[in-house]
Design a protein around this ligand. Structure first.
Ligand code: AQP
Length: 333
């Protein structure tokens, strides 16, 4: 079975964007691939995280992944910092990747904002850690959205340069795993920005922990225009917020936006939003309930994560140790 790796940052409460764009697509992969899923806390601290919150959010993210359908018996699910190979290989990759390559990364520019000098150096070398995450498992497929393609290309450049510089054929080529039409969920306050767990406005997103009333309030307040819904996709041109709400209903009900428009075209937003609230609550309520149940027994959850870390380490540690040997590190005997 092909080995896949994917990660998610515990940088806040998981959102509907994380769910529709990533987590939901990981669930069927458990049966078709050797699947490794990771809560990437090392990545999260590239931007400031309150320590107590980080620990809480890390457990919460793990609970969310299980509640969404990741089964620790059918996949390997663990916390990144529990497996030291990630940080060790990332250091080697810091010494392989060229500064010129990192300078081209658009995500750094986006996340660092205007004051790049004040960004952490961790944020700058984030793609090197991501390359290590994947390559320390010799994973050959990575489910990614469009925004991560550049990082994947960089990971391949790193693997190739490592192989070339050390005269080995050690790291494999990574291929993106494209999963149908990628759902990009946008902010409820601004249809041109993506929904993000770290957006300062809680009103901009649906969290997987939101209850019925909260979801209803956020959707009713979601920004829209005053036109009714069109009955075909061309009518959404230039209407980012309308397109987003249609996309969310299509995503959550597993259909295409065209079908949503066929059914709801002509409706005003107040009517359409009630349909959307009902669909979201029906889908997300069981996830929220299961998350709460899992978080009610942190010891049991931590035990699952320890088991996941043991299984991950069994794969990652020998690959990282071999990379260290190739580089010329004297083994500890
Ligand atoms: N709005 C989104 N629509 C679709 N997919 C999304 N993803 C994130 N937001 C959306 C996908 O979720 C996965 C995990 O993301 P991440 O936590 O590693 O980092 P991110 O992409 O930076 O996600 P956030 O929520 O925006 O986090 P913060 O606010 O901390 O930066 C990825 O596969 C991503 O594509």
């Amino acid at each position: 079975m092909t080995r896949v790796f994917s990660g998610i940052q515990p940088s806040g409460v998981p959102t509907l964007g994380n769910y529709l764009g990533a987590i939901r697509n990981w669930v069927p992969m458990q049966d078709t691939h050797e699947s490794i899923f990771c809560v990437v806390d090392l990545h999260a601290i590239t931007q400031w995280q309150d320590p107590k919150e980080l620990a809480r959010q890390t457990r919460e993210m793990a609970a969310a992944l299980i509640a969404c359908g990741l089964d620790p018996r059918r996949c390997i699910l663990f916390i990144q910092s529990h497996v030291h190979a990630h940080a060790r290989l990332a250091w080697i990759f810091n010494c392989v990747a060229r500064i010129g390559w990192l300078n081209r990364m658009t995500q750094f520019k986006d996340k660092a904002g205007k004051d790049r000098e004040a960004a952490s150096s961790g944020l700058y070398v984030y793609p090197n850690l991501m390359a290590a995450d994947i390559l320390t498992y010799h994973a050959s497929k990575v489910p990614v959205g469009d925004d991560q393609k550049q990082h994947l290309e960089l990971a391949n450049d790193i693997a190739q340069k490592f192989n070339h510089d050390y005269g080995v054929d050690f790291f494999p080529t990574i291929e993106p795993l494209i999963q149908g039409v990628a759902a990009r969920v946008m902010s409820l306050r601004d249809g041109t920005r993506k929904m993000s767990k770290s957006d300062p406005s809680d009103q901009s997103r649906i969290n997987l922990t939101d209850d019925h009333d909260t979801i209803a309030l956020k959707i009713r307040r979601a920004r829209t225009d005053s036109e009714p819904l069109p009955d075909h996709a061309a009518g959404l041109e230039g209407r980012a917020e309308a397109r987003n709400l249609v996309g969310i209903l299509a995503g959550i009900t597993n259909t295409l936006p065209e079908n949503v428009l066929r059914e709801h075209g002509g409706k005003g937003f107040s009517e359409f939003k009630e349909v959307l609230v009902a669909a979201l609550v029906a889908h997300l309520d069981p996830i929220r309930t299961e998350m709460a149940r899992l978080l009610d027994d942190p010891a049991a959850l931590d035990a699952e994560l320890r088991l996941g870390a043991d299984r991950a380490e069994a794969i990652a540690a020998p690959i990282c140790a071999r990379a260290e040997e190739i580089v010329g590190f004297l083994p500890r005997r």
